[in-house]
Design a protein around this ligand. Structure first.
Ligand SMILES: NC(=O)c1ccc[n+]([C@@H]2O[C@H](COP(=O)([O-])OP(=O)(O)OC[C@H]3O[C@@H](n4cnc5c(N)ncnc54)[C@H](O)[C@@H]3O)[C@@H](O)[C@H]2O)c1
Length: 301
């Protein structure tokens, strides 16, 4: 299959693209390389790998990138509320207009997987979110993703994945994600400050994210035109539990504080039964991810 991955040079993409190449797919990446392209260096010698440096809002670049592909995995985004709040106009352009440009220019036969986020559920404390839970986005990031979901579902031949918060080592490592950030600080500073420790988060390892996308491309007709939560059912954990696991491994000091809050006040648990019933189950557990992150924390600046 010929696959276009937008945002393929990022944290998820730099794990996904080698996985797709290993499955025998031809992969073209469209990315404006906001954080560089080093995450894809290992792919450059592969005959099935192609790079288009460009913006998802640029119709010419998108049209060129779409030529001849069977499937699109749309990852390109300004990711997370702090990043969106830092550059709201750019975030809106990329996250809303970029998605609309792709939807407009792709052929109906080109299948489209949209990377959304569990944060579209907003602040849900009293229930486990399923795909039937109504969305209530309360940040710029989540609102843009909810709009993107609607656009791709209205257009058809699409799958929406609402990913949990990612963790783990990727070729382009992000240290701003909750678990990655905690491990980095635990290893490099020797202490962790955790606010709102009782708040629950739901996690997925970055390799499981990549596997779930490979799974979707291989099982498209069973999944198409629907929304799936994608995460690890064993990893609906409070911040205190995550910090505790890191402290046991690193012997860092953990201070629970009440002086700050998350921008989106996320405190929720999510069910992954729907995608599991289709045949995909996340496999990488917290301890495996923590072990590799502890090693990586000493290698990155
Ligand atoms: N990492 C997570 O925890 C998580 C959780 C849920 C959903 N997601 C979604 O998964 C996708 C990938 O996330 P990530 O963690 O790899 O993010 P990332 O920031 O590491 O990667 C995003 C990539 O998109 C590229 N990009 C940004 N704006 C662009 C534009 N206008 N045109 C072309 N390329 C552009 C960047 O250069 C970067 O390589 C995103 O859509 C994100 O919303 C991520």
């Amino acid at each position: 299959m010929r696959v276009l991955v937008t945002g393929g040079a990022g944290y998820v993409g730099s794990t996904l693209v080698p996985a797709l190449l290993a499955e025998g797919h031809h992969v073209r990446v469209l990315d404006r390389l906001r954080a560089g392209g080093e995450g894809l260096l290992s792919c450059c010698g592969h005959a099935g790998f192609e790079m288009v440096v460009g913006d998802v809002c640029d119709e010419r670049a998108v049209a060129e990138a779409l030529r001849g592909v069977d499937a699109i995995v749309h990852l390109a985004a300004v990711v997370g509320e702090p990043a969106c709040a830092g550059e709201p106009a750019q975030a809106w352009m990329t996250n809303v207009e970029g998605t609309s440009t792709l939807v407009k220019l792709r052929q109906a036969g080109q299948s489209l997987l949209f990377a959304s986020t569990g944060s579209v559920y907003g602040k849900v404390t009293d229930a486990v979110c399923t795909e039937a839970t109504s969305v209530d986005p309360n940040t710029r990031y989540a609102k843009a993703k909810a709009l993107g979901e609607q656009m791709v579902l209205d257009a058809g031949n699409a799958v929406v994945y609402r990913f949990a918060t990612a963790f783990g080592v990727s070729q382009r490592l992000r240290t701003d994600l909750l678990v990655n950030d905690f491990v980095y600080k635990a290893v490099r500073q020797g202490y962790l400050v955790v606010y709102q420790p009782g708040f629950r988060r739901t996690l997925v390892h970055v390799r499981d994210m990549a596997r779930s996308i490979v799974f979707a491309l291989g099982n498209w007709h069973g999944l198409a035109d629907d929304v799936y939560n994608v995460g690890n059912a064993e990893l609906n954990l409070s911040k205190a539990a995550i910090a505790g696991a890191i402290a046991r491994r690193t012997e860092c000091y953990v201070h629970f504080a009440e002086f700050a809050t998350d921008p989106d006040q996320r405190d929720y648990a999510v069910s992954y039964r729907k995608i599991e019933d289709k045949g995909f189950t996340a496999e990488v557990d917290l301890e495996t991810g923590l072990a590799e992150l502890c090693g990586a924390a000493r290698l990155v600046p």
